[in-house]
Design a protein around this ligand. Sequence first.
Ligand SMILES: [Fe+2]
Ligand SMILES: [Fe+2]
Length: 189
Amino acid sequence: MTEYMAIMEYLKKNLNQNRLNHSINVGKEAVKLSNLYGYDEKKAELAGIVHDCAKDIKLENQKHYAKNCGFIVDDLTYKIPELIHAPASVYVCKNIFGILDIEILTSIRYHTTGRENMSLIEKILFIADIIEPGRKFEKVEKIRALAYANIDEALLFALDATIIYIIERKLVLHPDTVKARNYIMDFLC
Ligand SMILES: [Fe+2]
Ligand SMILES: [Fe+2]
């Protein structure tokens, strides 16, 4: 079941309308960034369309999927509902869609937190998720502008914005986000 139409059918049944629109938008945004930075647009589009595919299923099921996704999932990720859909979506991609491309799967696994030394598709998905046209928040225009000028600068700014947002709301900050931020900061200096 790797065909695009079959995947879309699944998403239409398992995502709410807003999430479905968001997923399609992330796919389109990922294509644009791929063309600009020289990545396979088909792979990036697929990653964008499926990146949140487990987000609307029950939290308990997401945790079960995450346990069997094939990536290491740390205890903190299990405790933060906003993060667990990333490894859970990897499970759906592998076991329901038959997506086995490790670059696509890795980009989905880390699309919420980022991580140290992100690959190009990981950066593309992370940024596309944040800047797709449906996103409206204070710093989004700046991230959009940076994304089309220098994806690493966009990544640093987006990670900083995420970290500030999390701290201001007294939420738990995942260490991978800090590691992603410090790595890209060091890379840019
Ligand atoms: Fe997500
Ligand atoms: Fe998303």
